[in-house]
Design a protein around this ligand. Structure first.
Ligand code: KG4
Length: 336
């Protein structure tokens, strides 16, 4: 079954063709990062306009690179939630038109479910049940993936997402937008114990997290040093900051696996590309006898291949949308 998939929930327009859920025939992405970098964050209105400009060409490109024609497409999958509402709407409307024109089913896909499915592309042997630590710029949650389409949230951030923290601190350091990857590179070889930064605990909810205090502490440390004319060792600072984030994520993900007894942990989302978090997860899982699954770096960030992959399983579960499909800015992952 060939699925033509679309993703437009934030600042990447993407189209892909995926065969039978796991074989990526093409994966095309048009990033808007340069446009938003001027403003230090995603400007929703610009994102929507850029999606409109890019999506038709990307759909054509995805078909060409896959070596298939419209008549070879069996279904269209699209991210319909969550995300910037104007941006998601562009993908949803284009996908509706494409499905209608080709006379094939339309499959709505939850964006975070797509991120989780990126693991199926990299690991042909991975099947639910497993626990997935989903960490991106907009969300940080620990998900119990009971089956391909049944999921519940075991814990999550009470405030900022981990990726947002990287981005906000990276912005003050002026190291490039979005800040996560540059912070990661900067912190390599740095001393992660040099600067003391807080790790928050949510009393009574051991799998929940909080990152806003860490963000404020990191920003205060930088501003105080600036006011006093002190020099911050940037690699040590980036390493200390990255370690504080990893120390919040890794033990909770491991605890969630132990709680469910499934023995398998996956990671998903843009922050899943972080080298320190990946290394810490590898160490912790080896120590605890947990099987660890991580997507290839190219499938960590937003892409449409992951939407085509999850779309296949949603289709098998009977999830087909009509032409009245709407987009949603927020939606619980358990609702699909
Ligand atoms: O999943 P994603 O592409 O978009 C959302 O759905 O949010 O994630 C983007 C986030 C950004 O916050 C970015 O800074 C972060 O992923 N990110 C990283 C790394 N690469 C991307 N954060 C930490 N380390 C990285 N290597």
């Amino acid at each position: 079954m060939n699925i033509l998939a679309f993703e437009s929930s934030c600042d990447e327009t993407a189209a892909a063709v995926v065969r039978d859920g796991r074989q990526v025939l093409s994966n095309c992405i048009a990033s808007q990062i340069e446009m938003h970098a001027i403003y230090g964050g995603v400007v929703p209105e610009i994102a929507s306009r850029k999606h409109v400009e890019a999506i038709t060409g990307l759909a054509r490109q995805a078909l060409e690179q896959a070596g298939v024609e419209k008549k070879d497409i069996d279904a269209v999958a699209v991210t319909y939630a969550p995300g910037l509402i104007g941006a998601v709407l562009v993908g949803v409307n284009f996908a509706k038109a494409a499905a209608c024109a080709m006379g094939v089913p339309l499959i709505p896909v939850h964006h975070t479910r797509g991120h989780i499915a990126a693991n199926y592309i990299t690991h042909a042997d991975l099947e639910p049940p497993f626990v997935c630590l989903c960490v991106s710029g907009g969300n940080t949650i620990i998900v119990d993936v009971k089956s391909y389409t049944e999921m519940t949230v075991l814990g999550g951030t009470r405030d900022d997402a981990a990726g947002e923290c990287f981005d906000k601190v990276g912005r003050v350091l002026n190291i490039g937008y979005p800040g996560g990857a540059p912070m990661d590179r900067l912190g390599k070889g740095g001393d992660p114990t040099r600067y003391e930064l807080p790790r928050a605990h949510v009393q009574g909810a051991e799998l929940d997290m909080s990152f806003s205090g860490l963000k404020t502490a990191a920003l205060n440390l930088l501003h105080n040093a600036q006011q006093k004319g002190e020099t911050i060792d940037l690699p040590d600072f980036a390493a200390s900051f990255g370690q504080a984030i990893s120390d919040s994520l890794v033990p909770r993900a491991v605890a969630a696996v132990k709680m469910t007894g499934c023995g398998k942990l996956a990671i998903a989302g843009g922050v899943a590309a972080n080298s320190r978090i990946r290394a810490d997860l590898e160490r912790a899982c080896a120590r605890e006898g947990i099987e660890l699954f991580m997507p290839e770096l190219k499938y960590c960030g937003d892409n449409a291949a992951m939407i085509g992959c999850q779309g296949y399983y949603e289709y098998l579960a009977g999830k087909i949308a009509g032409q009245d499909l709407n987009a949603y800015a927020t939606r619980d992952i358990s609702l699909g």
